[in-house]
Design a protein around this ligand. Structure first.
Ligand code: ZN
Length: 57
């Protein structure tokens, strides 16, 4: 059985933006729903042309 852990958006997280590959660190205690992109702009641009950014790490 798979357990689904809900993301605690108030915890500090570090991730790499899927589009511009910038390291993003969210602040502990602040509501921040970002998990994949550094900004809304990156998110929108990525989904417009997702094939351009495949497996670039
Ligand atoms: Zn970005």
């Amino acid at each position: 059985m798979k357990e689904i852990t809900p993301i605690n958006y108030y915890k500090s997280r570090t991730f790499i933006c899927k589009r511009c590959h910038e390291t993003v660190t969210t602040i502990e205690g602040a509501l921040d729903r970002r998990t994949q992109f550094c900004s809304d702009l990156c998110s929108r641009r990525y989904w417009r042309h997702p094939h351009q950014y495949k497996k670039v790490q």
